[in-house]
Design a protein around this ligand. Structure first.
Ligand code: ZN
Ligand code: ZN
Length: 386
């Protein structure tokens, strides 16, 4: 399929819709995850403070690789917490935390991990931050690596947040169950691993994303989750077909007609110099113009998806004429896509009118400059004035 026709492909638009859904899901989950991760961090430190009777719970000196846990191996070489390759079983000498804190945090992370056997991802954490950064602990529950420099839920993608919720027993106290969360986590992989970037129907995915955000324990009462649900409900019935109808026919190969040159002695307004080609575009017959429908899903939604890395950039339409919105590829995409669609936008009406007037003043419907127009006869002049 030629590049310019991607957006006319219904299955590709369904794929875009699913991607947009994941974005809204992340928006709805992040504040919840931020709050629970902070609460867990506080509870861990408070618990250590109480059980060890410490005046303060602080460190910053211990590395996971060399840290001696609080728990000790059982038998010959068996971790009592069930972790494979646990520091408790390492033969090389491990170093106890000089502040009597980090060994307990290490144990706590293992016992909170929901996998059997527990499998914290130590590659995602910087243990020197354990007593000051809640996400240095929460990120141990993300199975995939690459989050080591992330410091907040807002920095973490939908997959990472879902891993934290599913793999962290502490989070299980704040949801009714993990089933729908696990289901959506698999969806995410399905969507982004689609080799064709196509989906038959995104609505099953969207429905379960809504179910996640309406989990009855806490999420359903949270403002951010409610707002995300609202966006997902708006997206669900849309099929973005307004974009399918706007791919213009591709020009036939052949010489491109050039506008008549502007004589040097004729002053040309700056705006017309910048936008002459728009006046050359065929204009619709006013009698055939149908008012643009109210677009149920705004153009900003599409741009959100495009921003994810498709390489396309929507141009603002205040520089466009005839209510047309242009979309061009970014340099990364390197494709010759040109899409236009009628969009009503009152805020830009004034500047657009100004542009049109300046163009009309210099070009007639055939694209000739005004200064090249033949002299009007007196009769025509009077008709033009009226
Ligand atoms: Zn162990
Ligand atoms: Zn320490």
């Amino acid at each position: 399929m030629a590049h310019p026709l991607y957006l006319s492909n219904e299955k590709y638009r369904q794929w875009l819709k699913a991607g947009l859904g994941l974005r809204y899901l992340k928006e709805g989950l992040a504040p919840f995850c931020e709050d629970v991760a902070k609460q867990q961090h506080k509870d861990i430190l408070d618990n250590i403070k109480q059980t060890k009777i410490l005046p303060t719970v602080t460190c910053g000196q211990c590395a996971v690789r060399t840290l001696k846990p609080d728990h000790v191996k059982i038998g010959k070489n068996k971790c009592p917490l069930g972790q494979a390759n646990c520091n408790c079983c390492c033969k090389g000498g491990k170093i106890a935390c000089p502040n009597n804190v980090c060994g307990a945090i290490y144990d706590n992370i293992i016992t909170n991990h929901a996998s059997v056997p527990p499998a914290p991802n130590w590659k995602n954490t910087q243990s020197q931050q354990w007593t000051v950064d809640p996400w240095s602990i929460a990120k141990c529950f993300i199975n995939v690596s690459g989050y080591d420099l992330k410091t907040s839920a807002a920095d973490i993608d939908c997959t990472g947040l879902l891993h934290v919720i599913i793999n962290n027993k502490y989070f299980h106290n704040h949801i009714t169950g993990t089933d729908v969360f696990s289901k959506v986590r698999k969806y995410r992989s399905e969507i982004f691993r689609s080799s064709t970037m196509e989906l038959e129907n995104a609505n099953t995915y969207i429905d379960d994303m809504i179910a996640v955000l309406q989990d009855g324990k806490e999420l359903i009462y949270r403002k951010d989750a409610k707002e995300a649900v609202k966006k997902l409900q708006e997206v669900a019935p849309a099929n973005f077909d307004q974009y399918a109808a706007v791919v213009p026919p591709q020009p036939a190969p052949g010489p491109v007609p050039q506008p008549a040159p502007v004589p040097q002695h004729a002053p040309v307004p700056q705006q017309a110099q910048m936008t002459p080609k728009r006046a050359l575009a065929p204009q619709p017959d006013p009698a055939e113009v149908v008012p643009a429908p109210v677009v149920p899903v705004g153009i900003e939604h599409l741009q959100c998806v495009l921003d994810q890395g498709t390489g396309f950039r929507l141009l603002s339409f205040d520089a466009m004429s005839n209510d047309q919105l242009q979309m061009v590829p970014t340099a990364r995409a390197g494709m010759g896509l040109h899409v236009s669609t009628p969009i009503k936008n009152k805020a830009t009406q004034t500047s657009r009118d100004d542009t049109e007037q300046s163009i009309v003043s210099e070009y007639d419907s055939d694209g000739r400059t005004g200064v090249n127009r033949p002299e009007l006869k007196d009769k025509d002049k009077s008709e033009e004035v009226s």
